[in-house]
Structure formats: C-alpha cells, structure tokens
Ligand binder design. Structure first.
Ligand code: 5RP
Length: 259
C-alpha cells in the first residue's frame, strides 16, 4: 500500500476511534461508503476477528465487497427492521451537521440506510468541516430516462432560488468519459454551486423534480460528528437538534417534529 497522506492518516484515525466510541456487542450497524467509512469497516473487522458479534447493512456494493472480504457479517432489510447506528463519511459537513454526500456516487443507498438508523454518526477528517457548504459540487442522482430534461429542471429550480443560470450541471463521468452509473443504475449530475446559503430548502425541493432520485444534501440527519486531525486528535460535535430540510421518521426527525 502507498504511504498514507496526512488526510488519509486522519481518516484512518477517525475510523478506528469511531469503532471504540460507538460500537457495542450485538449491534446492527449501517456501514458507510467512501475511504473514511472503509477505515471504520477495517477497524470493525479487526474487532470481529477478536470475537465481537455485530451485523452490518452496507451502503454500496463497494462497502459490501470490503465487508465480505474482511469477514464482517452482513444482513439485509429483509431480515431486520432497524439499525442502532449508521457510521458514514461526508464530503463536507457544516457546524450544524448538515452535509454534502455522494462523492462516491452512493448517496441513495446511504440515505436509505440513514433513514433506517436510530443514530447517525458522521466520521470525518477535520478538513471536511466547513463554515458553508457548496465548494464540493453537490451530487444529484437522476434516473437515466430523460436525464437531460431533468437536469434542465434542476437548473430552473436553482435559478428560482437565486443561483446563476451559469451554474455548471455536469453529468459525472469516469476517466474514459463514460457516464458514472450508480449501484441503482442511475446517473449523477454534479451541481457546482460554490456556496449554498439555504441547504434545507435545496435539500427539500430538489427531490420534488421528477427524475431526481436523491440529492447529496443530508440535512438534519446527523446526530454526532467525530473528527480527527492527521496527528490523531479526536473531537466530537453534537448536532442532534439541527433541523431537517424534509420530514424524516428517524428519532432525530421526530424529536424536531415534537419541538
Ligand atoms: C459516497 C460518500 C462518501 O461518504 C463521501 O464521498 C466521503 O468520502 P471519503 O471518506 O472517501 O472522503 O458520500 O457517496
């Protein structure tokens, strides 16, 4: 394996710390996607080798494959009802715990698993914390049929909220130029917004557009964020009372609903 960058060191440290802090014997866990979450899965696998009994629901085929390779037992929603926690990483997270996710194109499954979890733990290297979301392009998962029209609708909606007509809306492609296809067979359109003033509104309204399956603004889902610096300094941020852009039936969402 190539030497780890300082950011990778931080991702690894936070993955290990999250296992120590949040995982208990017998837990049903949502397993996030992306490099930070994969450090968590590796650290979890080490505990499983030592006899820890847990079962996980993966948020992508990549995470499923890693868990199977490392011997982390998996389970499906055909067998279980709810998860105690989900542990997943952001592309950006703000001080309320609102996130941009989907850099790995797994946002739809990530959000399905998040909705089934009683507690959402975000694992992040400290460079992911932002005062304002949006420098990272916002991933929007759209079905293939009519995607060009869906993308134009996204542009019109963004303009209604004051974003420029020039905001690039780019269908994500692989290095050879072919479109990225998600685990559910959809495309990803990345919206280069640069700065998002109103994440709750954009989270809510993007999903109104026919053809949009999910968007990468995860508002009011995270309960706690655990951060690490490259030198392994761990800190946490509670965000369990941050409002959500759209109704959820998670304990977090229901707490908001009853005030
Ligand atoms: C995948 C995701 C990832 O969790 C997000 O991109 C963070 O990735 P990484 O931990 O590699 O920085 O949302 O869809």
């Amino acid at each position: 394996m190539a030497p780890l960058t300082p950011q990778d060191e931080a991702k690894k440290a936070v993955g290990i710390a999250a296992v120590e802090r949040y995982v208990r014997p017998g837990m049903l866990l949502g397993l996030g996607s992306g490099t930070t979450s994969h450090w968590f899965v590796r650290a979890l696998a080490d505990k499983v080798k030592d006899g820890l009994e847990v079962r996980g629901v993966p948020t992508s085929n990549a995470t499923r494959d890693l868990a199977l390779e490392l011997g982390v037992p998996l389970v499906g929603f055909d067998e279980i009802d709810r998860l105690e926690i989900v542990v997943d990483g952001p592309d950006e997270v703000d001080h309320d715990g609102h996130m941009i996710k989907g850099g790995g194109a797994c946002l739809l499954w990530e959000r399905i698993v998040a909705d089934a979890a009683d507690r959402y733990i975000v694992v992040a290297d400290s460079s992911k914390l932002k005062d304002r979301l949006g420098a990272f392009p916002l991933p929007i998962e759209v079905i293939q049929h009519g995607w060009e029209s869906t993308t134009r609708s996204i542009g019109r909606l963004l303009q209604l909220h004051g974003y420029s007509a020039e905001v690039p809306l780019v269908r994500r492609a692989t290095a050879d130029g072919s479109p990225v296809i998600t685990d559910s067979g959809n495309f990803i359109v990345d919206a280069h917004l640069e700065s998002i003033d109103d994440p709750l509104v954009i989270d809510r309204e993007l999903n109104w557009i026919p053809g949009v399956v999910e968007n990468g603004l995860f508002t009011g889902l995270a309960d706690e964020v655990i951060f690490s610096t490259p030198s392994g300094e761990i800190s946490t941020m509670s965000c369990e009372h941050a409002p959500a852009g759209r109704p959820t039936t998670t304990p977090h969402g229901l707490r908001d609903r009853v005030g």
